[in-house]
Write a protein that binds this ligand. Structure first.
Ligand code: PLP
Length: 386
């Protein structure tokens, strides 16, 4: 059965029994995305669960994953399991977070040298995993000619700090496992070849300073939601990875590339009103259940997403009604004037009470990046489609 058929069946079977607003996550799509992406890369692939940290989903997919990465203590609690390779990666460790990571044998990715003091103060276990150093993107410029800009971010260390941290790790009697670099979401296509070239040289510099070998390089990711259509030459990329010594295990990591296309966001229509002749579709879910759809991060040029319409037991075919919306305004239940999450085309059918609006491609950062406390509204429900 194809993905849309599975979703249609799930909604038809559950209608009346599930609560809206809600998210549906198709496990098979998550697994397919993971396996396909890993195969194209030819390396280990670590799951970044900030994109989707639903416990049941994580538990259903952990058996395929080469590892999972947490950016907070709560994420670590969700992913931790004896059979899961764990990583933590944050510029904001607390000693509680570090202690918890050491207790479950997670690999710690150091964002800055000061974090070493925190590790030194924690009770060190004999089997502690070697440390990783997070490399700031601008370090690329220290090793290769970069035409075009390097993505700016405040994560990780510059070259001076990387080498100093290497010294400190050695002086503390700890082990250096390797390097981790991540340029940001959507950056893979632009940055992947440059990253390999620079990291290959950086590894040499770090190993010289360490007077020893590292064993692991996480080259990050930045795969888009629909990475299959991104026109990346994976075969050449796999060849490029040959610049990194074969003794070093290479990994990439992904959140949205694995989760995005597996998720569906469903809101129920509570009623419709008219203002100045324009219909307003009032829904039970809005900005506090799906922050991204409201596009407040794009104040001037909002490109609202268009939902599928579910009515009387099935999807209504709205494909003839154009893409750009000037018609009915879909609004959520809060009192924020930004609680608008879609504008439908004028020609299409106007939703009515009892209909559902279903948004595709909502499996990553749609639930996890939403602030659900406003007006004491409940967060959206989440259901797995198996
Ligand atoms: C260190 C790190 N790794 C991986 C990710 C996941 O990014 P994406 O979901 O775009 O793959 C992020 C996202 O912020 C990140 O900060």
């Amino acid at each position: 059965m194809e993905l849309m058929e599975r979703i249609e069946k799930a909604i038809a079977e559950k209608k009346g029994r599930f609560k809206t607003p809600c998210y549906l996550y198709d496990i098979r799509t998550v697994l397919d995305n993971y396996r396909d992406l890993k195969e194209r890369l030819g390396t280990a692939l670590i799951l970044s669960v900030k994109a989707n940290s639903n416990f049941e989903l994580i538990d259903r997919i952990r058996h395929v994953a080469d590892g999972m990465e947490a950016a907070s203590l709560n994420e670590l609690e969700i992913i931790q399991h004896p059979n899961t390779e764990l990583y933590i990666n944050s510029p904001a460790y607390t000693s509680r977070f570090i202690k918890a990571a050491l207790a479950v044998n997670a690999t710690i990715v150091l964002d800055n040298p000061a974090q070493l003091a925190m590790i030194g103060n924690s009770s060190r276990k004999p089997g502690m995993k070697p440390l990783m150093i997070r490399v700031n993107s601008r370090v690329l410029g220290d090793f290769i000619e970069v035409s075009g800009s390097i993505p700016e971010n405040h994560f990780g260390m510059d070259l001076t700090d990387i080498l100093e941290a290497t010294d400190k790790i050695k002086a503390m009697g700890l082990q250096l496992g390797g390097l981790h670099i991540f340029h940001g979401s959507h950056q893979f296509k632009n940055m992947c070849f440059k990253t390999v070239r620079a990291v290959a040289d950086l590894i040499q510099a770090v190993e010289e300073r360490y007077a020893g070998e590292i064993s692991f390089a996480n080259l990050g990711g930045g795969f888009s939601d629909e990475w299959r259509g991104d026109d990346v030459d994976f075969a050449s990329y796999r060849q490029e990875l040959g610049r990194i010594p074969a003794r070093i295990r290479i990994a990439h990591e992904s959140g949205r590339g694995v989760f995005a296309s597996a998720g569906f966001y469903v809101v129920g229509v509570i009623g419709v009103k008219s203002l100045g002749g324009r219909p307003y579709v009032i829904c039970d879910g809005g900005i506090s259940h799906n922050f991204l759809l409201a596009q407040t991060e794009r104040p001037f040029q909002k490109h609202y997403r268009r939902p599928l319409l579910w009515r009387d037991g099935g999807f209504v075919d709205t494909s003839a009604s154009g893409g750009i919306g000037q018609g009915a305004v879909c609004v959520g239940p809060s009192c924020s004037r930004d609680d608008i999450f879609s504008i439908l085309p004028e020609e299409g059918p106007c939703p009515r009470e009892g209909d559902l609006l279903v948004f595709t491609g909502c499996g990553a950062y749609n639930f996890s990046y939403s602030v659900s406390k406003f007006l004491s509204l409940h967060p959206a429900e989440e259901y797995l489609v198996v």
